[in-house]
Design a binder for this molecule. Structure first.
Ligand SMILES: Nc1ncnc2c1ncn2[C@@H]1O[C@H](COP(=O)(O)OP(=O)(O)O)[C@@H](O)[C@H]1O
Ligand SMILES: [Mg+2]
Length: 358
């Protein structure tokens, strides 16, 4: 059987560029060479797309690959100079802005190619901490008490914002840019007098913010896999050595530990897995998603923090580790994700797109 041509898209312009390179390297090594021919497609920090040929190293492609002409017509695939790269499926593993927020998904959707992961709406919905909270709440799913704050309100009357937020949510608080990742622009605020500065700083990253009650909670994650009938893995736990899981704890500090599977009672495990699947579905997830929870230390209450549509994907990242612990090894997880991408594409391709009478 002919090998499936997989376009592995990695890099990107966000702060998670390096993480994406690591994720892509793991995927590259673990895609079964008897089944797949991998075409590397790198997005540089400058936003330029460069493509290599099967067998090319990922970092060489990033530095010296041929510039890719982005697709504008359906079926045009991805143009490489005058020739189109003949791809069967795309595997985008670009985290954060431009990669995980629906923009990249829209682009490949126009090219008419199957791709791994959530579509345009699911990706942008999961990225937006304000709209995703509203949708989760509306579905009756538990989210931590929160308020949306706009940059214009902060600019016009910061004192009024501080007073309103502290009155409604108390202290400590977390201030977050609505569209962020890797904890960039996020502040933990323990006294009211520090709130103004935290709000102003978070406004540097987005025009809307989410302010949330600070919890004393364990951080539990569940991996979800599937399209119409998604399944949930066993939960894992993040144990940051620092006060909270900030940028340093994620990428700099060696002290952060992952515990997979997490030590939990079986009733909690069942509840978390059920909530993970429901959150994934209401936020229009497809293919994969990592659902992050808070489990409060005093009362054992569960809140959904966020769903990540393209979570870290190195062999030691939470998402693949949780599947490994659930009985699905990394290479088979990749097979399954590619199958799901093809399945979803077939399903969409079969839909009517024009009006037919009768
Ligand atoms: N309401 C909260 N209570 C306690 N800790 C929080 C809260 N919100 C966020 N945090 C801490 O901040 C980290 C990053 O917040 P998160 O909303 O997950 O942003 P990101 O999308 O950047 O990962 C979390 O992993 C957690 O450690
Ligand atoms: Mg997070």
């Amino acid at each position: 059987m002919a090998k499936l041509k997989v376009g592995l898209i990695y890099g990107g312009r966000s702060v998670e560029h390096e993480v994406s390179l690591l994720s892509a390297a793991s995927i590259h090594t673990n895609l079964d060479p008897s089944r797949y021919e991998v075409w590397p497609i790198a997005i540089g920090r400058d936003g330029v797309w460069r493509a290599g040929r099967p067998g090319d190293a990922l970092d060489t492609t990033l530095e010296r690959g041929a510039e890719v002409v982005l697709p504008a017509t359906p079926g045009a695939a991805l143009g490489l100079g005058d020739t189109a790269i003949p791809l069967d499926v795309l595997f985008p593993i670009v985290h954060g802005h431009g990669g995980e927020d629906g923009a990249l998904q829209g682009l490949v959707e126009l090219a008419g190619l199957p791709y791994v992961g959530s579509g345009v709406l699911g990706s942008s919905l999961q990225m937006d901490k304000d709209v995703s909270r509203r949708v989760l709440e509306q579905a009756g799913l538990p989210v931590c008490p929160w308020l949306r704050v706009d940059k214009t309100e902060v600019a016009d009357d910061p004192r009024a914002v501080v007073a309103r937020v502290v009155e409604r949510l108390g202290l400590p608080l977390f201030v977050k840019p609505a569209n962020s990742g890797s904890s960039v622009g996020i502040h933990k605020v323990t006294e009211a007098k520090a709130l103004g500065r935290a709000l102003a700083d978070a406004c540097r990253y987005d025009t809307k913010l989410v302010v949330e009650r600070g919890l004393d909670a364990r951080e539990i994650e569940v991996a979800v896999l599937g399209n119409d009938h998604p399944e949930a893995s066993l939960p894992g736990e993040i144990l940051p050595a620092r006060d909270w899981y900030d940028y340093e704890a994620k990428y700099v500090d060696e002290g952060t530990e992952l515990s997979v599977p997490a030590e939990l009672e079986s009733a909690q495990v069942e509840r978390l897995r059920e909530l993970a699947v429901r959150a994934f579905r209401v936020l229009e997830g497809a293919g994969l998603g990592r659902v992050d929870f808070f489990l409060t230390r005093d009362t054992g209450e569960i809140f959904i923090n966020e769903v990540n549509s393209l979570p870290g994907f190195t062999e030691v990242s939470m998402y693949p580790q949780m599947w490994e612990a659930t009985g699905l090894p990394y290479p088979q997880l990749l097979d399954r994700l590619i199958e799901l991408a093809l399945e979803r594409h077939r399903e969409h391709a079969a839909l009517e797109t024009t009006y037919r009478s009768g």
